[in-house]
Each structure stands twice: as C-alpha cells, then as structure tokens.
Design a protein around this ligand. Structure first.
Ligand SMILES: Nc1ncnc2c1ncn2[C@@H]1O[C@H](COP(=O)(O)OP(=O)(O)OP(=O)(O)O)[C@@H](O)[C@H]1O
Ligand SMILES: [Mg+2]
Length: 369
C-alpha cells in the first residue's frame, strides 16, 4: 500500500518471481514499492494514488503492457507518470516503438542489471520529489498572492469608506459653519444696526467704534463663507461638477494670477455625488500642484463626457513634471489622485515635457445604469 510522504513506485508484472526479484532489488526506506500482478490491478492503483514511476512488463496475459500504458495515459492523474517497459531480450524493434508511442519513457531489457535499474529509478524518484516540492511552492505562492489580493481589496474598500466619511464630515461641518455661524453673525449685525440707529451722534468716538465693529463682523462673515466653501463648495452639490470646476478655476486664477482657460460642457454634467466629488478633489490637487511646482502662467482645462467616460484634461505651460516622478512617486498627492480614480475603475495619465508643461488626463467611467 502507498505510504504518504514517500515516493511510490509501481511494479506491474504477472510473474510472481519477477515481482519478488524486483521487490528485493528496489528495497529502499525512502521509497515505497507497490506490486500489481496485472494491468487491471495496476489501473486500479493509478486511479487512487500518484506514482513517481511505473515499471511495466510488456507481455502479460489479459490487458498487456501496451494497452495498460495507453489506459494509464488516458487518466488525468497518471497522464504524466513516467513508464518504463520491461521487455525480454528477444523483443523486436517495432514493439519497442509501439511502447514509446503509448507513452513509455524508457525500456529495460531482461535480464535486469540491478545497477542500471536502480539508477534509472532513482532519477525518476528524484524528479518526482523535486516536482512535489515545486508543486507545494506554487500552491503556497498562489495562496500568498490571493491573500495579498484580498488585503489589497480590503484596503481599497477601507480607503473608499474613509474618503466618503471624510467628505460627509466636511459637508456637515461646512453646512453648520455656514448656516449657524452665518446666521448668528447676520443676527448680530442687524441688532447692532438697531442699536447704532438709536445711539447719540456724540461723542464721535462711539460712532467710529461702531463702524469698526461692523467691518469686523463683515470680515468674519467673509471668513466663515471662505472656510465653509474650502471644506466643500456648495456649488458642487447645487450646480454639479462642471460648475464647480469652473468656479474653482476662476477662484484659482484670482488667487494665483495663473490664467485658466476653460472648456466645459454647456449644459453641465450629470454625475453621481461620489464621482463628482472624486473628480473635483483630483482637480483641486492638480491645481495645487501647478501652483506649487509648475511655475506656469497658463492652464487649459477641458471637461467632457465622451461615450461612457468622464474626461478631465488639465494642461499647464510650466516646467514639466519629470517622468521619474510620474512613475515612482510615493508622495501623497499623485498617489491619492490615482487611488481616487481607481476606486471607480478610472485612471490618471500624467505626462511632462521639460520646459513646456505638464498634461494630466483623468478618465472615470460612468456608473452603469
Ligand atoms: N504640474 C506640475 N508641474 C511640475 N511638476 C509637478 C507638477 N505636479 C506635480 N509635480 C511634481 O510631482 C511631485 C509629486 O506631486 P505630489 O502632488 O504627489 O506631491 P507634492 O505636491 O510634492 O506633495 P503633496 O503630497 O502635499 O501633494 C511634486 O513634488 C512635483 O515635483
Ligand atoms: Mg501635490
């Protein structure tokens, strides 16, 4: 019977003395010998177990060696198991060829020379063991790869969750700041106006003080608006991505002096909130990078929905991003942009031409309806 962990060798011979002689010869603690006295029995064994090599007597009553070999080759489990034919010396050349045709890897002519047989067998046993090690390693690697893939997917899902949580939180805070602080400040301003109306016109210092308080309140109202918009611009939720991109570009131009030329779809872009947010945040990062790194004077921005994908092209006329940076950037800006796009199966192409500028193309597939 086969022993786990050891290489099995199957000996098939109808002659009991031959079997015993082979058993004697191939006794080895490292390998396990299985004896079959017919082709039928051999076939039953190869169905159940793997063998390092099969020694097969060519001439047997019933199913002969050639037929047995053919059937062994037909079974998936033993398709590649090496078969050595044992033949009598008088075997003619045609039947040797026949043996090779049905899948023999070698021939040994009786009477056996023990050393020859042993060394041939040991080659196959060694091959079998190496193969087993390789198979195990492949299985381990597959498992590791799968685990890596799964953990990558988990991380990606986590990133998505985190980003949407951050976005929701920003939206909520922006709204609260805008509504509550904004309204409170407006209320204070109205009350102060009421008081001012009833104040005596003398002394002048009182009136001057009041004016400065009004300026302070107006400044604070502006700050509140700016902070709330910085967290999440209302225009994105109210007028959509195209309007938000336009607004952001004009604001950017005002702040930096870098001229922005816009090409936006006239009737806006209907896109879900997640994709709009991702594209908008990517756009903001692109603009920030231009302001920080490009030394540009002009930006061309084009947003369009062609076919089923949203495309945002941003091209500056600055110094041009280095290709080495594009390919191997570990900095969070580019990484975050790519990650955001890939959450929707999208991608970002960045290309720089030294001295001429940088072109960033963001493509994000639409959600399937
Ligand atoms: N428009 C651009 N023109 C020239 N170089 C650029 C441009 N955009 C990015 N780069 C280069 O690519 C690098 C990586 O950009 P990335 O946004 O990832 O990082 P960062 O802006 O330096 O830092 P942060 O993580 O805060 O965004 C930048 O440091 C800069 O050298
Ligand atoms: Mg950056």
């Amino acid at each position: 019977m086969p022993v786990p962990g050891r290489a099995n060798i199957l000996v098939v011979d109808d002659d009991r003395r031959n079997r015993e002689a082979l058993q004697e010869l191939l006794q080895d603690p490292g390998q396990n010998l299985v004896l079959a006295d017919s082709g039928e029995q051999a076939l039953r064994y190869v169905l159940k177990d793997d063998f390092a090599v099969i020694l097969l007597d060519a001439r047997m009553p019933g199913v002969d060696g050639f037929e047995t070999a053919r059937l062994i080759r037909e079974r998936p489990r033993s398709r590649n198991t090496p078969i050595i034919f044992l033949t009598a010396a008088y075997e003619d050349l045609p039947s040797v060829f026949r043996g090779y045709e049905v899948g023999a890897v070698d021939y040994i002519v009786k009477p056996l020379i023990p050393e020859v047989l042993k060394s041939k067998i040991s080659v196959f046993v060694e091959l079998y063991e190496k193969n087993a090690v390789l198979t195990r390693e492949i299985a381990e690697r597959r498992l590791a790869e799968q685990q890596l893939r799964e953990s990558e997917e988990n991380l990606r899902a986590l990133t998505a969750r985190l980003q949407s949580a951050v976005e929701e939180e920003r939206t909520r805070i922006a709204r609260e700041i805008h509504d509550e602080l904004g309204q409170a400040l407006t209320g204070i301003k109205m009350d102060l106006a009421w008081v001012t109306d009833r104040l005596p016109k003398q002394p002048r210092t009182l009136v001057t003080k009041m004016k400065s308080v009004f300026r302070l309140i107006d400044g604070t109202i502006q700050s509140v608006r700016r902070i709330a918009t910085g967290l999440r611009p209302e225009v994105l939720d109210e007028a959509g991505l195209a309007a938000a991109v336009g607004w952001q570009a004009r604001d950017f131009q005002k702040r930096t002096g870098i001229r922005c030329r816009l090409e936006l779809p006239a009737d806006g872009i209907a896109l879900d909130r997640e994709r709009s947010t991702a594209t908008f945040r990517i756009f903001q990062e692109i603009l920030t990078n231009v302001a920080r790194h490009a030394n540009a004077t002009k930006i061309d921005i084009a947003l369009q929905l062609d076919g089923n994908a949203l495309t945002l092209k941003v091209e500056d006329n600055g110094k041009g991003i280095a290709n080495t940076v594009v390919d191997r950037s570990q900095s969070l800006g580019l990484l975050g942009m790519r990650e955001r796009a890939s959450l929707f199966g999208g991608k970002i192409d960045i290309a720089g031409t030294p001295g001429q500028g940088t072109r960033v193309v963001v493509s994000i597939p639409q959600a399937r309806k």
